[in-house]
Design a binder for this molecule. Structure first.
Ligand SMILES: C[S@@+](CC[C@H](N)C(=O)[O-])C[C@H]1O[C@@H](n2cnc3c(N)ncnc32)[C@H](O)[C@@H]1O
Length: 398
């Protein structure tokens, strides 16, 4: 049985492993960057279509030590790459090297490209061109301490590109990270979810797709494996059919997205519509300082701004203070999960977290913290009274 590797953002490997097992795969080794699993090619198609958390599904091909150019070239030549694409198609080589004698990534990529295209020239008299943006075949190479692993990328574009998000606000999170946060929070898929800083709506859209069992890759126009010579259309049709048969159309709870920025809320609405989940999400222009729980029992999940420029921190302190105050005094009985890349700002919330995960948003290490607001500890006023007396800045509420 062939082996595949599901790569993922750091901090997500455990839930990727669990997700693959729930899809019926046997999982093997797990590293901080992904999980190895066993599957036939139909299973590879299935993982590509259904994984909410993985970034890519790779097919490992070669693993070898190399200290010099010729060694690298000769190892690559041993594997027949002409079985994957035609010489008229294009390829790209993505290389990452760390602590290797062959330390120049561009040079390594060029050597590997030569070893592959020479095979085509010898066999067909023609060689495939390189297209780094939109190739038919993408090869991933990772060299660590002179040990090189070479994999075929079966996904093509990274799997976070679901296809529903044509625009974003500032600092959006990737779709697979958003789904991963929902997975890590342990949300039960039956409690209403509130995002107090929803931006382009990614967290709520991913959660709604999860609750409705809509496969995350359903709207993608292409996957890398479509271009492979032995792509099995009948197997792909079965995978799609199975995913469609699992979709549901009704939910008896809702999703609520707040943001202070009207423009980004319009983007969120469009994205939700594209994803086919607009009817389940209510978006409102509400600053966190005046936010109220839309229902007596709900779960909050959010990603407040954490800035990266000098001076940002001072400006954002008030936002985190408001978030802490709002949760503590109005969201009693609710659980909240907050993602932030700035530990100092999180302290401004003045709440004690009860669980934490470390995850990477790109290359920023973030904390994903859980806060439990106990029932009745602070809110003496019933929710309906709070709503009547709530401060509504003019022109804010939609
Ligand atoms: C990091 S972004 C959220 C990104 C979102 N998760 C996404 O994927 O698009 C933070 C959002 O908080 C909003 N925001 C900033 N200050 C706010 C406040 N006081 N109340 C509510 N929203 C605020 C910004 O407009 C921005 O959309």
């Amino acid at each position: 049985m062939p082996q595949f590797y599901a790569s993922c953002p750091k901090g997500m490997a455990e839930i990727v492993e669990q997700e693959l097992q729930e899809m019926g795969f046997e999982t093997w080794e797990k590293t901080s960057g992904g999980v190895m699993f066993e599957s036939n090619w139909e299973g590879c198609y299935k993982a590509n279509l259904n994984s909410r958390y993985a970034s890519r599904i790779l097919k490992p091909l070669l693993d070898f030590p190399a200290y010099q150019n010729d060694e690298l070239y000769n190892h690559i030549r041993k594997h027949d790459f002409t079985k994957y694409i035609d010489p008229t198609q294009t390829l790209a080589i993505d290389v990452v090297v760390k602590d290797c004698m062959l330390h120049d990534q561009r040079f390594v990529a060029m050597k590997i490209k030569d070893a592959i295209v020479d095979q085509f020239r010898d066999k067909f008299g023609v060689r495939p061109d390189v297209d780094s943006k939109n190739p038919h075949l993408r090869i991933h190479v990772r060299g660590v301490k002179d040990q090189f692993s070479v994999s075929l990328d079966t996904s093509g574009d990274s799997l976070f590109m679901r296809g529903y998000r044509q625009a974003t606000g500032e600092a959006p999170i990737k779709e697979n990270l958003a789904a991963g946060l929902i997975g890590l929070s342990g949300w039960d898929k039956k409690t209403s979810l509130v995002d107090l800083f929803c931006g382009s709506g990614t967290l709520l859209i991913e959660a709604a797709m999860m609750a409705l069992n809509i496969a995350p890759g359903m709207q993608r126009k292409k996957f890398g494996f479509f271009n492979l010579k032995d792509f099995d259309q009948a197997a792909w049709d079965r995978v799609i059919e199975e995913a469609v048969s699992k979709e549901t159309e009704e939910l008896d709870f809702k999703f609520y997205g707040n943001d202070i920025d009207k423009k980004v809320l319009d983007v969120a609405k469009r994205n939700a519509k594209n994803a086919g989940v607009a009817e389940f999400i209510e978006f409102n222009r509400v600053p966190v300082a005046t936010a109220l729980p839309p229902e007596e029992k709900c779960m909050v999940i959010c990603n407040p701004p954490y800035g990266s420029r000098i001076g940002d921190e001072d400006n954002l302190k008030d936002v985190y203070r408001d978030l802490g105050f709002t949760l503590k005094h109005r969201f009693n009985g609710c659980e909240a999960w907050v993602l932030s890349g700035n530990a100092e700002l999180l302290k401004e919330m003045k709440l004690k977290s009860t669980r934490r995960h470390f995850v990477f948003n790109g290359n920023i290490e973030c904390r994903f913290l859980k806060y439990e607001m106990y029932e009745g500890s602070h809110r003496k006023t019933p929710l309906n009274k709070l709503r009547e007396t709530a401060f509504k800045p003019t022109g804010m509420q939609e």
